[in-house]
Design a protein around this ligand. Structure first.
Ligand code: ZN
Length: 255
C-alpha cells in the first residue's frame, strides 16, 4: 500500500470513529503497520474527527518517532503489543464506544454466540483486566488475549480491535458496538436466546468456507438466558463471592 493512501485511510477511519460517537474529545487511537519496522500512528491530544494526514506520526516498532511533529498516543504501547504477538496483523483500532464500554464497566464479556455476524467476524470478546491508561499495565493487561482473539473489551475503559487491514479492524469495532447495543436491548427486554450447538456447527462450516480461521466460534452456546442469568459463569460466581465477602467484612468491622 502507498504511504499516502495509508495516511488517508487513517484520517478517514478517525473521522468515522468520531462521527459514530465511538470517541469523545481526544479519545481513541489508530495505528497501521506500513513496513517491517514502521508504524503509522495517531497523535496524542487531537480529536480523531478533525485529524489531518500531516498530523500522523511515523514510528519504529518500539514506538520511537521517526517522522512527525506531534507526540504519538500514549496508548501506542498497547498497539505494539498486538503487532509483537501477531505478526500478521496490520492495523489496531482503540476507541471508547459507549455501549461496548458499558459492558466493560459492568465486567460482562460479550462471549456468547448470539448474532451470526458477530460470531463469524469477532468470536468471543472477553474483558481484559483494568489497567491504568498510558502505563505499561496496558500491554500487560491485553497480553493473555491477543493470540486467541481479534477484539477485546478493556475493563472500565473501552475496546480494541485488530485485523490484517485497517478497514477490517475498523469494521470489527463497528460490529462490536452494534452487537453490544443489540445484546443490551435484548437484556432490557428480559431475555437473550443464544444460538444452539447445531446452529453454531453450521456457522462453523460457513466460517471455514470463508477462511475465517481459528478465532471463529470460540463463544459460548446455550439454549437461552434471561437478564438475570446472562452474566453468570465462573466470573459472575467470583464476583458474587467477592461481594458477599466484602459485605461480611464490613458487617464484622462494624461490631
Ligand atoms: Zn482509551
Amino acid at each position: 500500500m502507498q504511504f499516502g493512501q495509508a495516511r488517508d485511510e487513517m484520517v478517514e477511519v478517525g473521522r468515522r470513529l468520531w462521527q459514530r460517537g465511538y470517541v469523545a474529545a481526544n479519545d481513541g487511537n489508530i495505528s497501521q503497520r506500513v513496513g517491517e519496522d514502521r508504524l503509522l500512528a495517531t497523535p496524542t491530544g487531537v480529536s480523531k474527527g478533525f485529524m489531518t494526514a500531516e498530523m500522523l506520526i511515523l514510528t519504529d516498532m518500539d514506538g520511537k518517532v521517526v517522522r512527525g511533529e506531534l507526540r504519538p498516543s500514549s496508548e501506542l504501547n498497547m498497539h505494539i503489543e498486538v503487532y509483537r504477538l501477531r505478526p500478521e496483523i496490520k492495523a489496531v483500532v482503540h476507541a471508547h464506544p459507549p455501549v461496548a464500554t458499558s459492558f466493560s464497566v459492568a465486567g460482562i464479556a460479550l462471549d456468547k454466540c448470539i448474532l451470526p455476524e458477530s460470531v463469524l467476524t469477532l468470536g468471543a470478546i472477553p474483558v481484559a483486566g483494568y489497567a491504568t491508561p498510558s502505563t505499561d499495565e496496558m500491554p500487560a493487561s491485553i497480553r493473555p488475549f491477543v493470540s486467541s482473539h481479534d477484539a477485546l473489551l478493556l475493563a472500565n475503559h473501552g475496546a480494541v480491535t485488530w485485523a490484517v487491514s485497517l478497514e477490517q479492524a475498523y469494521f470489527r469495532m463497528e460490529t462490536l458496538e452494534q452487537g453490544a447495543a443489540i445484546v443490551h436491548h435484548a437484556l432490557m427486554l428480559g431475555n437473550v436466546n443464544l444460538l444452539g450447538p447445531e446452529e453454531v456447527a453450521k456457522l462453523k462450516a460457513v466460517g471455514e468456507k470463508m477462511g475465517l480461521g481459528s478465532k471463529v466460534l470460540n463463544c459460548e452456546t446455550n439454549a437461552g438466558c434471561t437478564a438475570e442469568t446472562y452474566a453468570t459463569g465462573p466470573d459472575a460466581d467470583e464476583r458474587l463471592i467477592e461481594t458477599v465477602a466484602r459485605a461480611v467484612i464490613e458487617e464484622i468491622s462494624k461490631k
